[in-house]
Design a binder for this molecule. Structure first.
Ligand code: FAD
Length: 414
């Protein structure tokens, strides 16, 4: 792999950019791999990367029915934070946030990680108490957050209206080291590093069936032929239920569309991420100047990648009352992704009823922030059969009633 650097950029500029090589090779499926990962989103690619980097397992294929990063990884609003309430959640999300800090250097790929700070507004007394509780829990967990009052909120976000028509801003949960990253770059960076380790990333390759014998997976059938493997990782977000059914087991997840939109680009006006869960809308400004706006999840199960229209209106209404100055902005684009929701709003990183088949799903509306940490832990689970970071997130927690309730932290917003 040719390293990216300022020196390489200058050299190529002088050479009409003729010397750049492909970021990852266009691989053709082989007959057999040690490990197959289904799903070339951030979580699948990060898993493959850490399998190679931490455990030396490189005979790996990552299969995707579309293009890599074309699922939710390339459709989210890129918010990164780790201010969750429960200990296992704080551990995995904080590990992830910390990995993001050095990931551009690790992957030699500019992920545009921007730790600009994330503020979650408290607009009811209930929210004030909830966020104060989270701030205390975070302190015990070693996650740096603080509850701030309305004056500090106004100082952080001068364009905010503290006395909105429906709810006043009473304060907020502030995580100064939270932020954003370029979502496609996260997928591309991991893909390039995996390809460099000799792994095959195979796009346009849909898994249509899972082959098994005596309770063990033997391989998969795909639109590009059958492929055998020693271990299988299913990392397909909104399609997890579909794939699990093909493998012969059921998952406690529901798939719904979650949507987002961006405005036309404007001059810099807001340099942090703000989330307003009571009125439900959240917003940040991209480097291009667009206001990136997160909307709601559909209230019914579906597999569309658009989302229902009424959410656009609800989201825009919520944001205009919070930031009146955006009322005359034009919407540039709107889109949706299919998210996989569990009952306790926490992910599943687990073994399955098939001995050598593992599942990583249930990230729902908030898995972008977790990509590095999830890949780190899930790779360990696949390589060693046990991973401290993943232990609490096993499938067993549902029949055993060990829920990791993060519905406040992750139910509607991110
Ligand atoms: C609108 C929106 C906003 C969001 N905002 C945020 C946010 O601000 N912060 C945050 O942390 N999270 C956010 N999320 C959630 C986050 O995007 C997801 O949790 C995360 O990207 C999931 O990554 P993944 O790798 O598991 O799945 P994906 O990126 O969806 O990848 C799964 C891949 O599996 C492939 N696949 C499916 N079925 C098959 C098959 N049969 N064979 C082969 N391949 C298959 C798909 O093509 C896809 O590429 C948001 C999501 C959406 C939709």
């Amino acid at each position: 792999m040719k390293r990216y650097s300022a020196f390489a950029l200058v050299r190529e500029a002088l050479n009409d950019h003729k010397g750049w090589t492909r970021a990852w090779k266009d691989a053709q499926p082989k007959d057999r791999y040690d490990v197959i990962i289904v799903g070339a989103g951030g979580h699948g690619l990060a898993t493959a990367y850490y399998l190679g980097k931490r455990f030396g397992i490189t005979n790996v294929a990552v299969l995707d029915k579309g293009w890599l990063g074309g699922g939710n990884t390339g459709r989210n609003t890129t918010i990164i934070r780790s201010n969750y309430l429960q200990d296992p959640s704080a551990a995995i999300y904080e590990k992830s946030r910390a990995l993001y800090e050095g990931l551009s250097q690790d992957l030699n790929y500019n992920l545009m990680f921007s730790p600009r700070g994330v503020l979650m507004l408290a607009q009811t007394q209930h929210e004030v108490r909830g966020y104060q509780r989270t701030a205390h829990a975070n302190r015990l967990q070693g996650v740096e957050t603080e509850f701030v009052g309305p004056e500090k909120v106004k100082q952080l976000v001068p364009i905010i209206e503290l006395n909105g028509p429906r709810y006043p801003v009473l304060g907020g949960l502030w995580q100064a080291r939270g932020g954003t990253a370029r979502h496609d770059a996260v997928a591309w960076g991991y893909a390039r590093a995996c390809s460099d380790m000799g792994m095959d990333i195979i796009q346009n390759c849909e898994v249509t069936a899972v082959r098994s014998d005596g309770g063990q997976v033997t391989g998969v059938e795909t639109t590009r032929g059958a492929i055998s493997c020693e271990k299988l990782g299913i990392v397909v977000a909104g399609h997890s239920g579909v794939l699990a059914e093909k493998a012969g087991f059921r998952l406690p997840v529901e798939s719904v569309a979650l949507q987002a939109l961006v405005s036309e680009p404007i001059k810099p006006c807001m340099d942090i991420v703000v989330m307003a869960n009571t009125v439900h809308g959240y917003m940040s400004q991209s480097d291009k100047g667009e206001m990136v706006i997160g909307g709601g999840a559909d209230g019914f199960n579906n597999y569309t990648q658009r989302g229902s229209f009424q959410h656009i209106e609800e989201t825009v209404r919520a944001l205009i009352e919070t930031f009146p100055m955006i009322s005359r902005l034009k919407m540039l684009r709107q889109w949706g992704g299919i998210v996989d929701m569990t009952g306790d709003r926490s992910p599943i990183l687990s073994k399955t009823p098939l001995g050598n088949c593992f599942i990583n799903c249930g990230w729902g509306t908030g898995g972008f922030k977790a990509i590095p940490g999830s890949g780190w832990g899930f790779a360990e689970l696949m390589a060693k059969g046990l991973a401290p970071l993943c232990e609490a997130f096993s499938l067993d927690r549902f029949p055993e009633g060990r829920f990791i309730d993060e519905s406040v932290a992750a139910g509607v917003a991110h």
